[in-house]
Design a protein around this ligand. Structure first.
Ligand code: AMP
Ligand code: MG
Length: 329
C-alpha cells in the first residue's frame, strides 16, 4: 500500500522533501511538505530507531527481549513506550478473542518466516509450541510498569502493532514541529497528516496482493488518518507449491488460511489500524467486518481470494483494477 504521489498538485511537489531509512525491519519513509528541515527528519528517524531498540525481538538488549528472557522467572520493568504498546496489544487480544495475540513469538521462531531458514514444522512441534502461546498468561503491572510472562518458553512479538505505534509517534513529532502536511510510510503502514494543499483528501492505493509492490487495485481517500494493510504477500516462503505467510492462527499454529488475501484498516491512530488489520485478517471476512463495524471511526477493505473486494459501509474505496470487483453489501 502506498500513497499516490503522482496525484499531488505540482505546486505541492516543488516544496516536498522525502527521506527513507531502514528501521523496524522495513523501509521507513517520511515526506514533509513545506518546512521539511533536517532537524525534523533527524528527530523522527531517531525516534523510530529508539522504538525499534526497545521493542525488537532481534535486539538482545531490547525491553521485549528482556521480558522474553525472563519468561516464567520474574517480571521485567520496561520503558513507558513498551508498556503502552503491550497494554494495547493485550486490549486487542481480548477484543478479538485471541485472534490477535502478541504472545505468538514461539510460533514465529518455529516457522522462521522472514528469517534465513524458514521451514514447515511437524504437527508435534506445532502442538508443543502452541502451549506457550496465550495472551492471558501475560501479566501487566501498571504501577511498576512491569511485564511478566507466566510460563517459561513464552515470548512476545510486537511485529503486528509496533510499526503502528512508531507511525503515531512520528506524526506527533511532525505536528509539534508545526508541519501541516506530511506522509509517513513505515513499510506500508501509512499515516497521512493534514490534508492536501487544495484541501482535498489524500489518495492511498491499496496493494494488489498478486502483483509487484506499488501496483494497486483501488484507492481509498483519507484525511488525517492511518491506512494499514495485513496481507499474505508481505512476508512468506514457498514449499511444494504452497505459500506460507507470516500471520498465524494462534489457535491452529499455521499461517491463516481463509478467504482473504488482505485486510486494510483505516483509523485515526496507526496503532489501532495496525492491530486491527492483523486481527481482522485472522478472524476472516465475516467476523473481521463485524469487529471493525463495532468500532467508531474505523473502516476496512477486504481483498478476497476470489478477486472480489468488500468493505465496511463507511469506507471510501474505489476500484481501479477491473480484474477485481467491489461487492456492495
Ligand atoms: P502485520 O503485518 O501487522 O499483520 O503483522 C504480522 C506480524 O505480527 C508477523 O510477522 C508476526 O511477527 C506477528 N504475528 C503473526 N501472527 C500474529 C497474530 N495472530 N497476532 C499478533 N501478531 C502476529
Ligand atoms: Mg498489524
Amino acid at each position: 500500500m502506498y500513497v499516490i504521489f503522482g496525484m499531488f498538485p505540482v505546486s505541492c511537489a516543488r516544496t516536498e522533501s522525502s527521506r527513507a531509512e531502514f528501521a523496524l525491519g522495513t523501509v521507513c519513509s517520511v515526506t514533509l511538505f513545506e518546512r521539511g528541515d533536517n532537524r525534523v527528519y533527524q528527530e523522527i528517524f531517531s525516534r523510530l530507531r529508539e522504538i525499534d531498540n526497545r521493542m525488537s525481538v532481534n535486539i538482545a538488549a531490547s525491553d521485549v527481549s528482556r521480558i522474553n528472557a525472563a519468561a516464567g522467572i520474574e517480571p521485567v520493568q520496561v520503558h513507558d513506550d513498551v508498556f503502552f504498546v503491550i497494554e494495547r496489544a493485550v486490549f486487542y487480544a481480548r477484543l478479538s478473542n485471541g485472534a490477535f495475540d502478541p504472545s505468538v513469538g514461539p510460533l514465529v521462531s518455529l516457522w522462521g518466516i522472514g528469517g534465513e531458514n524458514p521451514r514447515v514444522p511437524t504437527q508435534e512441534e506445532i502442538e508443543k509450541t502452541l502451549s506457550f502461546v496465550n495472551w492471558r498468561d501475560i501479566e501487566l503491572d501498571a504501577n511498576s510498569k512491569s511485564v511478566f510472562l507466566k510460563k517459561p518458553g513464552m515470548a512476545l512479538d510486537l511485529g503486528a502493532i509496533a510499526k503502528g505505534y512508531a507511525a503515531d509517534e512520528a506524526a506527533a513529532i511532525i505536528k509539534s514541529a508545526g508541519i501541516e502536511r506530511a506522509i509517513i510510510d513505515l513499510g506500508g503502514n501509512i499515516v497521512t497528516c493534514g490534508v492536501k494543499k487544495d484541501k482535498s483528501p489524500w489518495r492511498v492505493g491499496i496493494q494488489n496482493p498478486d502483483e509487484k509492490r506499488g501496483t494497486y487495485i483501488g484507492i481509498t481517500q483519507v484525511k488525517e488518518q492511518s491506512v494499514v494493510t495485513s496481507g499474505v504477500y508481505e512476508r512468506f516462503f514457498e514449499k511444494d507449491g504452497v505459500r506460507y505467510h507470516h500471520i498465524f492462527s494462534p489457535s491452529g499454529g499455521y499461517p491463516v488460511d481463509n478467504e482473504l488475501l488482505s485486510v486494510t484498516v483505516i483509523a485515526h491512530n496507526s496503532i489501532d489500524a495496525d492491530a486491527l488489520s492483523t486481527a481482522a485478517f485472522v478472524l476472516g471476512y465475516e467476523k473481521g467486518a463485524t469487529l471493525i463495524e463495532s468500532l467508531p471511526d474505523t473502516e476496512a477493505v477486504f481483498v478476497m481470494k476470489d478477486m472480489t473486494v468488500r468493505k465496511t459501509p463507511g469506507a471510501d474505496f474505489t476500484i481501479t483494477d477491473k480484474n477485481f470487483s467491489l461487492i456492495q453489501n
